[in-house]
Design a protein around this ligand. Sequence first.
Ligand code: SAH
Length: 465
Amino acid sequence: MDHLPIFLNVKDVRALVVGNGTIAARKADLLLRAGCDLTVVAPELGDELARLAENYSFVHRSGELSADDLRGCVVVFGCSQDDSINQALFELATAAGVLVNVSDNTERCSFIMPAVVDRSPLLIAISSGGTSPLLTRMLKSRFETTIPAAYGRLAEFAGSYRDRIKALIPNLTRRRRFWETMISGPVAEHLFSSQLEQAETLMDTLLEEAAVAGDQPPGGEVYLVGTGPGDPDLLTFRALRLMQQADVVLYDRLIGDGILNLVRRDAERIYVGKLPQDHAVPQEEIGNMLIRLAQQGKRVLRLKGGDPFIFGRGGEEIEALSDNGIAFQVIPGVTAANGCASYAGIPLTHRDHAQSCVFVTGHEKDGELNLHWKSLIQPRQTVVLYMGLSSLGAITGGFISHGADPATPAAIIENGTRAGQRVITGTLDSLSDQTAQAGIKSPALIIIGSVVTLRDKLSWFANNP
Ligand code: SAH
């Protein structure tokens, strides 16, 4: 982040605009709407500033700019057509430690102005940090059309109850839930359709319910959410919704930053990552943490790479939850097999190549690959191996020694669906060496079967991460 976004309270605080053109008028308009005590320094007021003076009162000084003009100011704007005046303002402001913004000159700005969507008291400020004003404008017009004016009414209504509700519900988690119910329920709907009285009646009912419930923490819940193999675009709407309302999130190394950034900003984050061979937080401990946090009344988000029920130990985690009477939801995700296959241009089944597809784990237990070779080595079948990178040689060797053709096509996909995805194709007898040579790292998925040959034809159409 290159800038700190804040909203300044400038009510009755002094501010200065230097200049009298359209830009000066636009800045003056914003400052006056925010309740500033404004002074404009310019030889005379231009048309737009003069029009503004009909509706607002501000001081106009036609003399030369001096250090006195900045006294007590919190912000000053240089919008003069005369660059030497803007330079003088910049120097005075810098010396006095006052926030300064000179139009169209980022070097003379200690802050920049965002594009604003005004649904007062709700304000949305958008900035590209000066990199793309066009993008900022595009986003602004998108917000202008999608955020109804009634949201301002909703914010105002909520604000009028704030102190009462704080006193009535001291428990933070319970209070947050109260607001969520109010903002996403019938109270808001009535406000949107301008039925203020009905909204107030409904609000009274909510307040009565809150008073009866007392200050006990609310019941917690666990969301076991499959996030897909990495590309955030593969999240489901439901996953995103729950990610936005969680109080605490438990995640591991399969969850990339792109996805973590979509979790509610102020949710507590707990890393329970496991590196291969390095079980940082044992499974049992993760289960206990989920239970403990939910018992504190929190909405606990457990993020799982891919799908929680496909080699994700989701079953074990919910077993522990249900043993302890904790409410939970399981949200499926795109599993690595279909995410990686699609992004690599390898269809897992195909009329001419494979009518079945099996998912197996290549993870060794006590140094042993415990695979049912006979069922894996079948004609017209695709085999997808999860967690098989470290035992790749044993896997391809096992296929061959149990009767598979060494020329059977095979592929390995590293970082599927993510930036840096790599795909290597070969055959059972070549893949292990190719993988070592390329230095492929975890996470990597292995696909065995003649569908792999289709990649040459289809990868042109495959999604590029
Ligand atoms: N529940 C997950 C699988 C977890 S097991 C799912 O449904 O996808 C972890 C294994 O999944 C890794 O060892 C790797 O084989 C595979 N995997 C997960 N994400 C991957 C990715 N982005 N690229 C390649 N393989 C991936």
